[in-house]
Design a protein around this ligand. Structure first.
Ligand code: SAM
Ligand code: SF4
Ligand code: SF4
Length: 341
């Protein structure tokens, strides 16, 4: 079958599956509120339903699947889903993004089920900052998870650090050292105005330019790596060979190369992180639609896709949070922790 291309010629190659909207942390950039409206349990797609959809997506060109959330490791027996996905021949890459809290105890099962790569979110190495930033404790457990992952997926573990002014921007070089000593690739992520980031302001963003200046001040000249990939991170090399990345979604977005879409745990499909509306695949799956009928709906939606949400935000002069609290309360699908980061 011909791979699906959107109106800007971008293929559908990458699917992020948010397996739960629940989380055991409350990161300031993602879930700053006290209360949330959760998706009804009976709406959550079963692993067989998710795997069936993944198979249909693979038929349209998807080659990479990333499990995310919420906190994906809160979904009971997640390794069983990994096993189902690993049995889909077209899928070349099955990855997971996690906050790491439950990783140490689940890593073995995930690795033997076929999980190929893992990204752990790590914003700080200080317990006091961790507690302030996430409103929970558990940094030690995250670090233990990273240690186990490094052993199980050598060379295939990344660390993601969202950098926020006034919170952790003083730790970028310490995180880089931490990653370098363990042979892990660190990616700095600009704070985005998307989803539940209701406290976002332009002043709180530590930009790509500022991050590069910080690293350069310690490590000297930085070599940009020339790559032709659809991956969101720009990669750089230090003089000692250390490679790190920057995901500049706020100041230098990468929409023109974006080949990813997101599926929520209850089966809503979003063609852009910033999209207001999605396609209800649960209705199709549970309504008895055939694989061919689902594929046709997916292809029709993707071929009409013109989204370039982050680039459009860049064109707005006065920027605040993308979505107000009222809208988030009305539709939890607008939340990053529901849609999957
Ligand atoms: N709970 C898992 C975790 O934290 O790794 C997976 C889901 S979480 C939504 C995935 C990623 O979304 C996090 O690593 C974080 O980098 C990113 N994220 C959430 N809100 C963000 C924001 N406002 N700006 C930038 N990145 C954000
Ligand atoms: Fe933090 Fe991830 Fe949970 Fe959001 S979903 S609050 S980023 S751990
Ligand atoms: Fe892709 Fe939308 Fe993010 Fe742009 S804003 S990179 S189109 S998901």
């Amino acid at each position: 079958m011909q791979p699906a291309l959107d109106t800007l010629g971008r293929p559908l190659a990458n699917l992020r599956i948010s397996v739960t909207d629940r989380c055991n942390l409350r990161c300031a950039y993602c879930m700053p509120e006290e209360e949330y409206r959760w998706l009804p349990k009976e709406h959550l797609l079963r692993f067989e339903e998710l795997a069936r959809l993944a198979r249909v997506f693979a038929g349209l060109g998807v080659r990479k699947v990333r499990l995310t959330g919420g906190e994906p490791l809160l979904r009971h027996d997640l390794h069983e889903l990994v096993r189902l996905l690993a049995a889909i021949p077209e899928l070349e890459d099955i990855a997971l993004t996690t906050n790491g809290l439950l990783l140490a105890e689940q890593a073995e099962a995930l690795a033997s089920a076929g999980l190929q790569r893992i990204t752990v979110s790590l914003d700080t190495l200080r317990a006091d900052v961790f507690e302030r930033l996430t409103r929970r404790s558990g940094l030690e457990r995250v670090l233990a998870g990273i240690e186990v992952a490094t052993r199980l997926w050598p060379g295939r573990v990344k660390l993601d650090m969202v950098v926020m002014r006034g919170t952790n921007e003083g730790e970028t070089l310490a995180l880089l050292d931490f990653a370098r000593e363990r042979g892990l690739e660190l990616r700095f992520i600009e704070y985005m105005d998307v989803g539940g980031a209701t406290r976002w302001s332009p002043e709180a963003v530590v930009s790509r330019a500022e991050l590069l200046a910080q690293v350069e001040s310690r490590h000297g000249s930085i070599e940009p790596l020339a790559e032709h990939s659809s991956a969101p991170a720009e990669r750089f090399r230090l003089r000692d060979g250390t490679v790190f990345g920057i995901i500049a979604s706020t100041t230098a977005p990468f929409c023109s190369r974006c080949d990813r879409a997101r599926l929520t745990a209850d089966g809503m499909w979003y063609l852009c992180l910033y999209a207001r509306l999605g396609l209800d695949l649960r209705e199709l799956v549970r309504g008895g639609a055939s694989d061919a009928a689902i594929a046709e709906r997916l292809r029709a939606a993707w071929t009409r896709r013109a989204d370039r949400g982050a680039e459009q935000r860049l064109e707005e002069l006065a920027r605040g949070p993308l979505v107000g609290l009222d809208a988030l309360r009305r539709d939890p699908h607008l939340e990053m922790h529901t849609r999957g980061g």
